[in-house]
Design a protein around this ligand. Structure first.
Ligand SMILES: Nc1ncnc2c1ncn2[C@@H]1O[C@H](COP(=O)(O)OP(=O)(O)OP(=O)(O)O)[C@@H](O)[C@H]1O
Ligand SMILES: [Mg+2]
Length: 236
């Protein structure tokens, strides 16, 4: 399975955010997406998930036989940096609802308690309103959603930034465990995280996507090289 971006373009008014973004993402790998604030990472995710319509170019999902399949919301799991969840439900109620509406797509279902255990949400928090959850807890609930439905494409928009170090490590291990069956794209500003979690690093800069070669990734001054790529003229 492959996710293919062909010359994707997206502008907001005069501002061209994605200019000619082309890249092929493959199943079984975790891709780290790096880019400056405002580079267009979230916009790119929105174009992949179909949340936003591209102005030009094409996003396609190819199955194992290179047959094109249409990307709709059921194929994409999205963990937003600003989690959007119904605050008037408890974590448990929300997951029960989520399982109910996705029943036909779920292949092997665990109990809600087992999902909570997997992602380390304490028992005492499971029946509290989401309204009172911390940012990190809301991110975790979003992660449970993709663990339930296991969509082929999983997009994580800076999800680990709000998680404490212990949970971040657990989530990293979890992502490594499930990666063989998914296309995982992970945006982050933490270089260290990108290098130790991701199999490939892709940079979004000036509206285009560029892969960072293995030579650069393995070099001692990797950080400096990335900085060079991301720095704009005029930056100190
Ligand atoms: N709905 C929108 N309407 C107008 N402009 C938008 C919209 N969404 C994004 N933009 C603009 O597009 C550019 C890219 O934004 P985007 O949120 O994709 O960047 P980002 O790489 O995710 O940044 P960050 O690292 O800060 O999260 C910014 O200049 C932003 O102001
Ligand atoms: Mg963003």
């Amino acid at each position: 399975m492959k996710l293919v971006l062909n010359n994707v373009e997206k502008a907001f008014g005069e501002k061209k955010v994605l200019k000619d973004a082309s890249f092929t993402f493959e199943k079984g790998k975790i891709y780290g997406l790096l880019g400056r604030n405002g580079a267009g990472k979230t916009t790119l995710f929105n174009c992949i998930s179909g949340e936003m319509e591209c102005d030009g170019g094409k996003v396609t999902l190819l199955d194992e036989n290179n047959k094109e399949t249409i990307i709709d919301y059921s194929k994409v799991g999205f963990v937003f940096s600003q989690p959007i969840l119904p605050e008037f439900l408890t974590g448990y109620e929300f997951l029960k609802f989520y399982i109910d509406i996705n029943k036909s797509k779920i292949q092997s279902l665990l109990t809600i308690e087992e999902y909570f255990d997997m992602i380390k949400i304490e028992e005492e928090d499971r029946h509290r309103l989401i309204k009172g959850y911390s940012h990190g807890m809301k991110n975790k609930i979003q992660m449970i959603c993709f663990l339930i439905t296991r969509p082929p494409i999983i997009l994580l928009d800076e999800p680990l930034t709000s998680l404490d170090v212990v949970v971040a490590l657990q989530i990293k291990n979890l992502l490594k465990q499930i990666k063989s069956e998914h296309i995982l794209i992970f945006s982050t500003h933490i270089l260290q995280l990108a290098t130790d979690l991701c199999d490939e690093i892709v940079v979004l800069n000036n509206g285009i996507l560029e892969e960072i070669s293995n030579d650069v990734l393995k070099s001692d001054d990797f950080e400096n090289k990335i900085m060079e790529i991301l720095k704009e003229e005029g930056d100190a």
